[in-house]
Design a protein around this ligand. Structure first.
Ligand SMILES: C[S@@+](CC[C@H](N)C(=O)[O-])C[C@H]1O[C@@H](n2cnc3c(N)ncnc32)[C@H](O)[C@@H]1O
Ligand SMILES: [Zn+2]
Length: 212
């Protein structure tokens, strides 16, 4: 269950050429967001994307090979029963000191928008709503439209296989998960952008201590 300083040896499958860099960076669940300098992986085929079902663990990479793993709007697509094993797999594949970047819907921001707990950011005009209101005082976006957007944000796009959310996170829940699975040095990123999208984005570093 918990990561070990001696990583498990289960994953010894061949790497593709693009995975051999000393500076391997992996963009998991990339969708069409293909990034330069990353090995981009998704269950769906897109140009420049390596097709892989990432629910099958272990992943194909060796232990301690990647300097960065990015998971943007991806971790919530797995059951909460798999969150630990996915984070452990990230820990295993990252080099010591390697960076994990994770972005997920922010349950607290979505709940604020539904319950009109101000301040929250209007997802239509992106301005701050400071007072409880039936509509955004800046653009007139109705509260029911905000509620729909926030609840749909939590449950996922639901427009293709794999675009369903199976779990939800708050920042503190994410920190607990990361810490439990061997990560440290958490940093919140792109705060303004994330608030507007009712997301949060966090980076964490693979630690070296033992957890068992
Ligand atoms: C909401 S999209 C995020 C795409 C991209 N990271 C972004 O931020 O724009 C979630 C992605 O996860 C992928 N995905 C879901 N389950 C997957 C699985 N088991 N293995 C690989 N990719 C998966 C989907 O195909 C989809 O492209
Ligand atoms: Zn507005």
């Amino acid at each position: 269950m918990h990561p070990k300083t001696t990583p498990p040896s289960a994953s010894r499958r061949g790497n593709g050429l693009s995975d051999r860099s000393d500076h391997l960076k992996i963009n998991l669940g990339c969708g069409p967001d293909v990034r330069d300098g990353y090995v981009n992986v998704d269950a769906r085929p897109f140009p420049g994307v390596e097709c892989q079902d990432l629910s099958t663990i272990p992943w194909k990479w060796d232990d301690s090979v990647a300097e960065e793993i990015m998971m943007l709007d991806f971790l919530e697509h797995f059951s909460y029963r798999k969150t630990d094993s996915i984070l452990q797999e990230c820990w295993r594949v990252l080099k010591p000191g390697g960076k994990l970047v994770v972005q997920v819907p922010d349950f607290e921001e979505c709940a604020k928008a539904v319950l009109i707990v101000t301040p929250f950011d209007c997802n239509n005009c992106e301005k701050v709503i400071l007072q409880p209101a039936l509509a955004c005082p800046h653009c007139g976006h109705t509260h029911s439209a905000s509620t729909d957007a926030a609840l749909n944000r939590l449950y996922g796009g639901q427009d293709y296989d794999g675009n369903w959310h199976h779990t939800a996170f708050t920042k503190s829940r994410m920190r607990r998960y990361l810490q439990k699975n061997g990560f440290e040095n958490f940093q919140e990123l792109e705060l303004v952008h994330q608030r507007v999208n009712w997301n949060f984005k966090m980076s964490a570093m693979k630690g070296e201590q033992r957890w068992d």
